[in-house]
Design a protein around this ligand. Sequence first.
Ligand SMILES: Cc1ncc(COP(=O)(O)O)c(C=O)c1O
Length: 418
Amino acid sequence: MADDPDPDVSDADERTPCPLPTTPAMPGSDPVRRLVHVEVTDAARRLRPATVAITAGRPPGGPDAPLNEPVAFASAYHAGGPIGYARDGNRSWSALEAAIGALEGGSALAFASGMAAIAAVLDTLPLGARVVAPAAGYSGTRVLLRDTGPAGRWDPVFLDVTDTDAVLAAIDGAALLWLESPTNPLNGIVDLPAVIAGAHERGVLVAVDNTYATPLLQRPLDLGADIVVHSVTKLLSGHSDVVLGATVTRDESRCDALRRHRSSYGAIPGPMAAYLALRGLRSRAVRLERAQASAGVLAERLAAHDDVTRVRYPGLAGDPGAARAAAQMDGPGTMVAFEVRGGAPAAEAVAKATRVIVHATSLGGIESTMERRARWAEDAGIPASLLRLSVGCEDVEDLWADLERALRVGMAAASDGP
Ligand SMILES: Cc1ncc(COP(=O)(O)O)c(C=O)c1O
């Protein structure tokens, strides 16, 4: 993240731009988007991401105007306006989309869930399209590509996306390279500039699931990606109370295709969820700052713990992804994966023994959560004792005391046997 303390934006040309907003990239293509006022001034273009997260997507100002877009509960609209019908637009979505789009530097669309956004992107591919995707990435995407879609809908190839040579060797003839970085749950870091450039040389589209990093840490469109997707459910909204997804692109026709898909399939978010997601997004930067600092402390301490056999966190000096993360991210993030002695029974006992950290799937909330990923059948290939810890904003010493105690209790319970 930019660390220049000078708050004056007038001479900040050299800083990482965070383009605001989507309107210039999408001239006239979305009348609903124009309902939400986003000021595109030179100064606004130079705002840092933490400020953009707080300011983008506000409605027009004026005496007694609400600061943020209120929840637009409506299924019918007076005729003659740009929305027309509730499946095609909603002011609460538009506000959220303006903010996510401004942060990622493209045009965002809100979907009913991260999976709805992922499915929409994959559905815009031709029948039988080859999709190269992570072998050890988010299981929902893998399951959709491999099992849920009708036979022959896609031709998926799963591989280690952190292995640049393997990716480049596999993508000839593919329609899409699907990436996650960091990967969920192994925290693998993809050399995004290298594989994106290689994919484009071969005429292959690139989509990046940016859920783990969020645009506060990584902007894949700036690194050349064609499409970004998010499970907004997670770190962007950040309070474990919303299910919502998003796509972001800079290509007008692709964005229109995704919008049509959303309308036709009805994969739309509720206005309340959109409102809550934007409210959560407003504080993403402060949540990140705190949780990331704690994640670094916990990763170091876990790495030194006798019962921990491996820690995967790109902020650790020895981590295989550390150099790439430092080159393409503004921080290593808030997700820590670690393996414990004693295999699955020990890891399961540790996960169940925490008191502050919630034993739960999902991630990215203000509250810390942890689970053994391989407890899910779809993640059977993940190391059996790997615990995925989503670090929240509690006091780091309380988190460490909880982890230390859970390791002690869990190890003892596992060695006693069932
Ligand atoms: C990296 C990643 N992408 C996508 C999804 C799917 O998002 P949702 O649960 O909002 O459908 C998840 C959910 O865990 C995820 O972790």
